[in-house]
Ligand binder design. Sequence first.
Ligand code: GRF
Length: 195
Amino acid sequence: MVKLNGKKKLRISVFISGRGSNLKSIIKFSKKKNSPFKISLVITNNKKAHGINFAKKNKIKYFFINYKNKNKAEKQIKAKLYKHQIDFICLAGFMKILSKNIVNSYKDRILNIHPSLLPKYKGLNTHQRVLKKNEKFTGCTVHLVNSQLDSGKIILQKKVRVLKNDNELSLSKRVLKVENLIYPEAIKKYINSIL
Ligand code: GRF
């Protein structure tokens, strides 16, 4: 933890694999005076992840981790986390599943965002499945990460109405807007509850 302006702020690492819209909104929020956290490190398994640009723009350290060998990749990740004194991890579109080793080292200190109303629609292609089932509502969920996929304690959830003419793209865009709003709020809420 670092002391900024006399206040303690948790040092967060955000893990991404692609676009990085959630990373962008978390960085924006972290700059607020009353944010209990700062983004100290970005980790990606994808050299071409668009989200890396947000790290660059904001002068946040970022590292590409080659996942060809998962064990090796996680060892490298752990070394980076320790080196940069990371207190907390936020997964934001990170397309790899963390092993028990990392999950246990950061027990109750890893959050993820998922584009559905968990426990419904765990895993991939959520919007497609929601539309197929003619759901009236979907949404997004910020939850703690444990060793099972999309299954940890729910921290914050918000509903989004499915419209009659929605397709996967229109629905995913509306849900993403809500994701970008609730993720920083959920991080703040959770951190304040454990500090
Ligand atoms: C989001 O829909 C998130 O819920 C899911 O992956 C997507 C990442 O989007 N886990 P972005 O890279 O943050 O824009």
